[in-house]
Design a protein around this ligand. Structure first.
Ligand code: CTP
Ligand code: CA
Length: 219
């Protein structure tokens, strides 16, 4: 079968996009997570595909449907996402839109914690910073794109993450004044590189197209 190939600035490029939340289980039925819907990550994957990329979407537990045209793999915890990323760490472009939990329970209780133990403390351990790991081993020519979720000092905090994680671009979610972009169909993003800055607002699909157009087909 001959596959239809889209001609565009990402034709022949392997693009890996992560999307959605992680779940960090503390016992068989309870977990720590966040309200990430996966919509922004899916929009980035769709936009990359339209530019010709060979896309793989890695996604956590989400309720939105992933179309068949987007090849995907699933993860639950940050450690599982890290393992999937390691398999594809040499991709031409990696877009980390997943809302990775910074912490996981230090121990996993094999049996359901009963309420009699309710005042036991929940001890947490740091998860690996996957994007920072990617930044430290970045290949020549590889493009690393991160996201940043901030509630204050958007530009400054995002700029710090760009540098610390050795990213080429960071898409900072502008949540100022709003409760959250989580789950919404619209978003406002400040796109930063070391020297440039752009702001985009609109639907997540529109923003994803603008971001990738700016990065890969700016005249
Ligand atoms: N990220 C990651 N691994 C983690 C945490 C975050 O790869 N353990 C990635 C996210 O996917 C995102 C970027 O790092 O692309 C920034 O995530 P964010 O939560 O905004 O920043 P943190 O570095 O985790 O800092 P903090 O949450 O303290 O603001
Ligand atoms: Ca974080």
């Amino acid at each position: 079968i001959k596959k239809h190939r889209i001609q565009g600035p990402l034709t022949g490029k392997k693009v890996v996009v992560s999307a959605g939340p992680t779940r960090e289980f503390l016992d068989p039925i309870r977990f720590i997570s966040n309200p990430s819907s996966g919509k922004m990550g899916l929009a980035m994957a769709e936009a990359a595909r339209v530019l010709g990329a060979n896309v793989t979407l890695l996604h956590g537990p989400i309720s939105i449907e992933i179309p068949d045209r987007i090849p995907s793999k699933t993860f639950v915890s940050a450690d599982e996402l890290f393992n999937l990323i390691k398999e594809d760490a040499n991709a031409d472009v990696i877009i980390m839109a997943a809302a990775v939990s910074d912490f996981k329970p230090s121990t996993f209780q094999q049996q359901k914690v009963k309420k009699e133990q309710a005042d036991t403390e929940l001890k947490l351990t740091r998860n690996p910073d996957i994007l920072e790991w990617l930044g430290n081993r970045k290949n020549e020519g590889q493009v690393l794109i991160g996201f940043a979720m901030e509630t204050e000092n958007l530009r400054q905090n995002a700029q710090k993450k760009l540098q610390k994680k050795n990213l080429d671009w960071i898409c900072a979610n502008d949540l100022a004044g709003e409760s959250s972009a989580f789950g919404s169909d619209e978003n406002r993003i400040l796109l930063l590189s070391e020297e440039t800055e752009e702001s985009y607002s609109g639907t997540k699909q529109e923003i994803a197209r603008k971001i990738l157009h700016r990065i890969f087909s700016a005249d």
